[in-house]
Design a protein around this ligand. Structure first.
Ligand code: ADP
Length: 201
């Protein structure tokens, strides 16, 4: 596995060693980052949780990077400011890039609200192995689901800058997959992603 930087750093004393032969051995399936974006409660984590055993049953080694989980560890120093949200996406993309380089199938469930941050993620991972899945749901449906009570708290003024309430969500323009989770059952959404991966080869 090669740890690579994706852009300029503030240091001028870093010279990455030109490692050779560190790529994972080729497997039957192409390692991929499946990046689910959408509003809170759109269904990203639920779909990933059901997709995981399907991919594992096909012999893939998988990993899940979930928004709430990374914010308790890797990104626990970050706030929900615009800059920190972008940094959150960037870090997750860097980790996903390392994992996919090691041969894993990576599922990312992250609101990742801005097109710019998702574009950055795609460039860090590499477009050829990045599958953007828009888990789309009307705000009213997400708010009615509210599995964590976050919309209720945000409406009551308890959470500033909550995506969809007082912070914008920019829908993807050209996602590889567009899933309307208010129209499609979880298992059907899983099939859509798996079929897409199988069709791509
Ligand atoms: P997110 O990860 O996008 O924040 P979650 O997966 O945590 O969303 O929550 C989505 C909620 O919506 C869950 O309570 C889930 O059971 C429910 N839900 C209802 N229908 C669907 C569907 N078709 N796809 C995904 N989730 C759904």
């Amino acid at each position: 596995m090669i740890i690579h930087t994706s852009g300029p750093t503030q240091h001028n004393n870093l010279v990455p060693y030109p490692f050779t032969g560190t790529r994972a051995a080729p497997t039957a399936a192409r390692p991929t980052v499946i990046w689910l974006t959408g509003l809170s409660a759109a269904g990203k984590s639920t779909i990933v949780d059901s997709l995981n055993p399907v991919l594992q049953a096909r012999g893939l080694t998988t990993c899940i990077l979930d928004g709430d989980s990374v914010r308790t560890g890797l990104c626990r120093d970050l706030s929900f400011s615009a800059e920190d949200r972008e940094e959150n996406v960037r870090r997750v993309a860097e980790v996903a890039a390392l994992m996919v380089e090691a041969g894993l199938t990576v599922m990312v469930a992250l609101i990742s609200p801005t097109r710019a941050a998702r574009k950055l993620a795609r460039s860090i991972v590499g477009s050829a192995r990045f599958v953007e899945v828009f888990v789309d749901v009307p705000l009213a449906v997400a708010e009615a689901r509210d599995p964590k009570g976050l919309y209720r708290r945000a409406r009551a003024g308890g959470i500033a800058g909550f995506t969809g309430i007082d912070s914008a969500y920019e829908p993807p323009e050209f996602p590889e997959l567009h899933i309307r989770s208010d129209e499609v059952e979880v298992q059907r959404a899983v099939r859509m992603i798996d079929d897409w991966l199988l069709a791509r080869g």
